[in-house]
Write a protein of this length. Sequence first.
Length: 91
Amino acid sequence: AMGSVITNAFSDSAPHLIQNGSLVGMAVASFLIFNARFMGRKFDEYMESGYIVGGDNDEEDEVTYDGVKSGVEMASAQNDENDTSCAIPDD
């Protein structure tokens, strides 16, 4: 959407379009580099601490679903079932 706004605003002059379009491209690239750096540091932090994103960190209050513990145990129980999570009937 931002690219089409720039293209429409500077469509009368090719040099202005290239100049201002390049600025938008550099701004987006800078944001993506910052985001990659931030997420890389978070990944390293989580790997060092053993934190599991979306996991249960309270060992005492283990949440169960139909009597099966969450996490690896739940995934293992789901793999043992005959049905599919994609709602595609067996042929």
